[in-house]
Design a protein around this ligand. Structure first.
Ligand code: PLP
Length: 461
């Protein structure tokens, strides 16, 4: 009997379902009545970015800055040092980032895109080419705004939403090598996004990171990581890559950072913070240029647009995000939702990534053409049927570059329980029953690479 119980416990641990926390603070939520949801959606121009959060029942818009902080983070927050220069909280933050990344030069920023803006405005003058496994939308927009060209080089497996390949976030090495040769002198850095948010939050293998780093070094080009979800990526390497199971995510992350010359981080993800970001670098010369720019647009280099208490909470959160139990629960919850949706016949991008489940709206709603935004039609249906907010990652967000019409269900960290996610599954079941009746949308307003934030639509009949 005792043995059977032990076996059961180990399985539960393996699949991530021994929750490593309990809930101490709660926030009320409720589902607005169907008529009100319809009215609100119309007023919002069928763009859920325009809805008030209190009108949402389950908010899966993003995992960015929406997580629940731990008691240790709240305690650190109360001890935040708000000195303008040289605060104790900055020292704690600096020490943590240096320890995790092994990079000596660190600049805090108020969020990831500010790190991108500061870094790229010191690196680019126009006409450059920046390859990546896939740039996130703000990274792409920051590069384009400076007159350079972002180039996505995802591995071929990434375009197959069904293939059981464990590291679909990998970069296409042959394509990178060809680009480095062809654009010699025009590539100031190579980027890798860990995990690959644009490609369904898919992880990048350690082997691929090593190979990209080597290729970049051979061409005299620095490798810069977009490290927003580096801890989840390290967990996937631990869980999926042969020979890595015995290494804790922290150690794996340390090796990953050792392969790069610098990183840009939105700490609203794997920093477990509600706000924050940073730039970490090995080059003192580049650091000094970025520091000057940072003072102009963010603030003094020991707070960089953040309050001291934010830095203090991040110093704790960055460490917590690398704990194995935390990561197993986190990635396990995403995997549970993906498996359940698949079981009830919803086409999901497979295997599931680290922070979100990506539903293939193109396959669920094959009667809606790309020009009528099947992903956005599904996003609207989710709100109408279940008060759920999700985001389109397809022709609306990525324009002509979209290969798939996906809808992202991003799971905030430590916020929702399995019961909440069961409601999501239930809502999908109801949508599937009347999928053929759903109609597409006509774009009324919204242009450029960030149009999805501000677009407005009218329903097609
Ligand atoms: C991979 C990646 N990079 C950069 C960013 C930008 O970070 P922020 O939202 O903190 O500006 C995000 C945000 O979602 C992201 O997912």
């Amino acid at each position: 009997m005792q043995e059977a119980n032990l076996a059961l416990r180990l399985v539960a641990m393996e699949s991530g379902w021994l929750k490593p926390f309990k809930i101490k603070v709660v926030e009320p939520i409720s589902l607005p009545p169907p008529n009100r949801r319809r009215e609100l959606l119309e007023k919002a121009g069928y763009n859920l970015f325009n809805l008030d959060a209190q009108e949402i029942y389950i908010d899966l818009l993003t995992d960015s800055g929406t997580g629940a902080m731990s008691q240790a983070q709240w305690a650190a927050l109360m001890e935040g040092d708000e000195a303008y220069a040289g605060s104790r909280s900055f020292r704690q933050f600096l020490k943590t980032v240096q320890e995790i990344t092994g990079m000596p030069y660190v600049l805090p920023t108020h969020q990831g895109r500010a790190a991108e803006h500061v870094f790229f405005s010191c690196l680019l003058s126009g006409g450059e080419v920046i390859p990546s496994n896939a740039h996130f939308d703000t990274t792409r927009a920051n590069i384009q705004a400076l007159g350079a060209t972002p180039v996505d080089l995802p591995c071929p497996e990434a375009t197959d939403p069904e293939a059981d390949f464990p590291f679909k976030g990998n970069m296409d090495l042959a394509a990178l090598e060809a680009l480095l040769e062809r654009e010699k002198g025009r590539i100031p850095c190579v980027m890798l996004t860990l995990t690959n948010n644009t490609w369904a939050g898919q992880p990048v293998s350690l082997a691929n990171i090593r190979a990209v780093s080597e290729l970049a070094r051979a061409h005299g080009v620095p490798l810069i990581l977009d490290a927003a979800r580096h801890a989840e990526n390290a967990y996937f390497i631990h869980a999926r890559e042969p020979g890595q199971a015995k290494r804790p995510p922290r150690e794996i992350a340390r090796e990953v950072f050792s392969l790069a010359a610098g990183c840009l981080m939105s700490a609203k993800k794997d920093g477990l913070g509600n706000i924050g970001g940073f730039i970490a670098l090995r080059s003192g010369e580049l650091y000094e240029r970025c520091r000057e720019r940072l003072i102009l647009v963010e603030g003094f280099p020991t707070y960089g647009g953040l309050a001291g208490r934010d830095l203090a909470a991040l110093a704790v959160g960055l460490q917590e995000a690398l704990e194995l139990e935390y990561l197993r629960d986190r990635v396990g919850q995403v995997e549970w939702l993906a498996r359940r949706l698949r079981e009830v016949g919803i086409p999901v991008y497979w295997p599931p990534g680290g922070h979100a489940v990506y539903v293939d709206a193109g396959r669920l709603l094959p009667h809606i053409p790309r020009e009528a935004f099947p992903g956005q039609a599904l996003v609207c249906a989710l709100y109408l049927a279940g008060g759920i907010r999700a985001v389109e990652v397809g022709s609306l967000m990525l324009g002509q570059g979209a290969k798939l019409e996906l809808v992202r269900l991003a799971i905030p960290r430590r916020v929702y329980t399995r019961e909440h996610l069961e409601w999501v599954v239930d809502t999908f079941c109801r949508i599937k029953e009347r999928a053929a009746e759903l109609r597409g949308l006509r774009l009324l307003a919204g242009e450029g690479p960030l149009r999805h934030f501000v677009a407005r639509f009218a329903p097609l009949h």
